[in-house]
Ligand binder design. Structure first.
Ligand SMILES: Nc1ncnc2c1ncn2[C@@H]1O[C@H](COP(=O)(O)OP(=O)(O)O)[C@@H](O)[C@H]1O
Ligand SMILES: [Mg+2]
Length: 183
């Protein structure tokens, strides 16, 4: 019998004045050990910045090539052998046929360890497991974003703590500096 552990939901609000702030958040999040096996939902309207945040996060994790939006493919997988990390970037915007869930192997992906990032999780309601962290983005002006972070599990709380602890760490203040790949 599964033992259900109830975690208090912890909510945190942020304001990102520009895309640089979005990038710095992504760079800080990338340092969180709890990312190794986490499911993060990205919510918000078209143009809110979900894909942009994922791009900055994948870059910070060491993805060197192009980061495509998975709008058409529904999922884009990434392997980061240096970190021994698998990442899956989902966009369920076009997800309509529930059979796709089984046929495309999404169930297996969510059962395996790694980082799963999902845009438009609302469109896969009833299929997705409980997210560890929900990141809700709302455009305030052309460049600023109101952000709500909601941790729903212990993993989510660890992620929230990681992004709350070092908002002004010197290494994160560089303009557009991306972490250098190890030689
Ligand atoms: N602070 C910010 N955070 C994220 N994106 C921003 C920000 N300011 C401006 N943008 C721009 O807003 C757009 C967001 O698009 P996108 O990430 O594709 O949105 P979504 O995936 O939510 O539909 C991009 O053109 C991005 O450059
Ligand atoms: Mg998108």
């Amino acid at each position: 019998m599964a033992i259900e552990v109830i975690h208090p939901i912890i909510v945190k609000s942020l304001l990102w004045p520009d895309e640089g702030a979005t990038q710095r958040f992504a760079q800080t999040l990338a340092t969180a050990p709890a990312l190794r096996n986490a499911f993060i939902e990205l919510r918000g309207d078209l143009g809110a910045g979900k894909t942009t945040l994922v791009r900055h996060l994948l870059r910070a994790l060491g993805v060197a090539g192009r980061v495509k939006s998975p709008t058409y493919a529904v999922v884009e997988p990434y392997e980061l052998p240096e970190r021994q990390l698998n990442v899956w970037h989902f966009d369920f915007y076009r997800f309509s046929d529930p059979r796709e869930w089984e046929d495309a192997g999404f169930r297996d992906i969510f059962a395996s360890s790694g980082l799963k990032l999902a845009e438009w999780p609302e469109k896969a309601n009833g299929f997705l497991p409980r997210a560890d962290l929900i990141i809700d983005l709302e455009a305030v002006t052309e460049t600023s974003r109101q952000v709500t972070l909601k941790a729903q599990t212990a993993v989510g709380q660890a992620l929230l703590q990681a992004v709350s602890e070092s908002p002004s760490a010197p290494a994160l203040q560089g303009e557009q500096d991306l972490p250098k790949a190890p030689p």
